[in-house]
Ligand binder design. Structure first.
Ligand code: ADP
Ligand code: MG
Length: 345
């Protein structure tokens, strides 16, 4: 009998590593294979960037509260964000869909209205894809294609000890928005007469349902003549993506609770839901902000010319170190959860 090993013994990252280990990258034009936000291909004058996102109904989205137009928009944003995370410019997309006859033509039009709205916003063109039927829900796949000047490419690796860790925007909102939607779904299922109460949570709902990719940050850095030393986009949550960044450079990280950017509206929603705002920021994900490191000499330039970038910590020379320093000056391993008391906030 053939051996059978359960998938959950590996986890997502373990599975990707296993897939990657089954080949070595030898094609002369493959510059970066599996393992970064996008693959990097030598395109002659510049590097070409390619990244795929796959979204499955019931896993990544719930159509009982996610409008199809928003789903289309968000899928494109997720793809574009990975191109930006390489310091690149997104240009084209391909989109694959698997749909069942549960969906009408109008529903698919609405999905594509969202996809095209994002194409317009980010100046990218839908150039291809694939369409097939599905027996188990909607599946949506977006492949984003872009380019970057060779000397300006930024990988997950490349940070040096004492580089400053930066993050754009604010964190945790997307996760908190999801919690509001899940709560209202439960209330509705308990009694369909109940109307959802979404008022007051507009900010986090927008963060969840209509995130934006930070093309503005990439432009600002370019205008300032700053090339980050390493970069990743925050799709899994700050803690996980910080560990990925540190691991890629073979270094550690030290970040400070006080410096983590959280929107006032996110605090309010977190308080109402009795959730920790910092736990949401660290472990929530889907914020599509950019997490990057800069040389100390670039710090002042960013401080003087931009407002939407926070300095949250330092790269540490010790690869074993991945620490979160609380406001009480306690050092907690980044992997740890549950230090945050919600009853006192
Ligand atoms: P991101 O969150 O930036 O989209 P992922 O964690 O999804 O990145 O993927 C990490 C890396 O693994 C990327 O380089 C991606 O292309 C690669 N990858 C993910 N799934 C597969 C797969 N099934 N086969 C080959 N490469 C994969
Ligand atoms: Mg990414």
């Amino acid at each position: 009998m053939e051996d059978r090993t359960e998938l959950n013994t590996l986890g997502e990252f373990g599975l990707i590593e296993r897939i990657a280990s089954q080949q070595s990258f030898t094609h002369p034009l493959t510059v970066q294979g599996i393992g970064d936000d996008a693959a990097v291909i030598d395109g002659g004058k510049e590097y070409l960037l390619v990244s795929t996102e796959l979204l499955a109904e019931g896993v990544h989205f719930d159509l009982s509260y996610v409008p199809l137009k928003h789903l289309g928009y968000k899928a494109v944003v997720a793809g574009i964000s990975d191109i930006l995370a390489m310091n690149g410019t997104p240009r084209q997309l391909t989109v694959g869909i698997a749909v069942s006859n549960r969906f009408s033509i109008e529903a698919i039009d609405t999905l594509y209205a969202g996809i095209y709205a994002a194409c317009k916003e980010y100046e990218v063109e839908l150039v291809g894809g694939d369409t097939t039927s599905s027996r188990a829900g909607l599946v949506l796949s977006v492949t984003a294609i872009g380019g970057v000047e060779k000397s300006k490419i930024v990988y997950r690796k490349g940070a040096s000890a004492h580089d400053i860790i930066c993050v754009s925007g604010d964190l945790g909102g997307a996760y908190l928005g999801l919690q509001v939607l899940e709560r209202e779904k439960r209330v509705f299922l308990d009694d369909p007469e109940n109307q959802p109460v979404l008022a007051g949570h507009e900010y986090v709902l927008e963060r969840q349902l209509k995130p934006e990719a930070r093309v503005d940050i990439i432009r600002q850095l370019r205008d300032l003549g700053i090339v980050p030393t390493s970069m990743i986009d925050i799709s899994d949550g700050l803690a996980s993506d910080l560990r990925q960044l540190a691991k890629a450079s073979g270094l550690g990280v030290r970040v400070f609770e006080e410096q983590i950017p959280i929107h006032q509206k996110s605090y309010l929603t977190a308080t109402e839901l009795k959730l920790g705002p910092f736990t949401a920021a660290l472990n929530g994900g889907e914020d599509y902000e950019l997490l990057f490191t800069i040389k100390q000499e670039d710090y002042q330039k960013i401080l003087d010319h931009t407002t939407d970038i926070s300095f949250i910590g330092f790269v540490s020379p010790d690869p074993e170190e991945a620490l979160f320093i609380t406001k009480q000056n306690e050092a907690i391993p980044l992997a740890a959860q549950g230090w945050e008391r919600t009853d006192t906030e």
